[in-house]
Design a protein around this ligand. Sequence first.
Ligand code: SAM
Length: 283
Amino acid sequence: MCGKLYVVATPIGNLADFSYRAIETLKNVDLIAAEDTRHVKMLLQHYAINNQLISLHQHNEEKVAPGLIDKIKQGLSVALVSDAGTPLLSDPGMPLVKLAKQEGVEVSPIPGACALIAALSVSGLSVTKFVFEGFLPRTSSARKSFFTTKKNETLTWVFYESSHRIVASLEDLAEVLPADRKIVVARELTKIYETVVNDSLGAVLEQVKIEPNMQKGEFVVLVDGAVVEKKADTITEEQERVLLILLKQCSIKSAVGMAVEITKARKKVLYQAALDLKNKEAE
Ligand code: SAM
């Protein structure tokens, strides 16, 4: 008897980015739970979808979720949509999906647009692994503290930003990260004024500050991971000389222990070098 909960992605700007399956699903479900019913009506009208709407947003979702899950358990199918993009990604929906899972209700995705994924796909930065940070803290001091924790992040990291804070956020970022760190600002993706700027943090900040248009719209900011210098895994000639003398007098373990004290080289590296020297001697 149990119905189903569909999590449906909607376009992030360009209405044509709406999948056939998403339209069919929104037409066929019993109920659409929408972040902003007035906003979603425009999209639904565009695709001639006349279906019952219920409001589910940040401030009522905890309250609304149990009733919706009851309806699904009674056999109704419900679609969850947010204002744009994929629900739950910096958008409402988590309590509903969590409860559905707890109650054994089937949850099915209708995938589509997501600003995060769209921005990553055109960023030119490494996307093999990445970290999504959502929206940043609102105050400058909290943002700078946050950026300090991200200074040595080696993966590409991404955050969402609004037109109100894009300059302030980039300024804070520039106070913490080196000016030559590569960043990407992806603005108004899929819309008329879509702009993707790839450059050093210093250059991007400059551009965003001097071009008023670069401060308008919606933004995804992507930051290249920090390059961590690899510690040397070879020993110097002098370290080798010390190690050789010690190896003549004592066991590998003791020789390495003393060599660490004398040369300050890493134990692991000295140990490997000691094994190599011993093997060479045996040949
Ligand atoms: N759930 C949405 C998604 O899947 O992308 C994100 C919703 S979040 C409330 C809205 C934020 O996403 C915006 O402030 C902006 O940072 C980013 N965003 C949404 N649409 C965008 C677009 N067309 N271009 C760039 N960023 C966008």
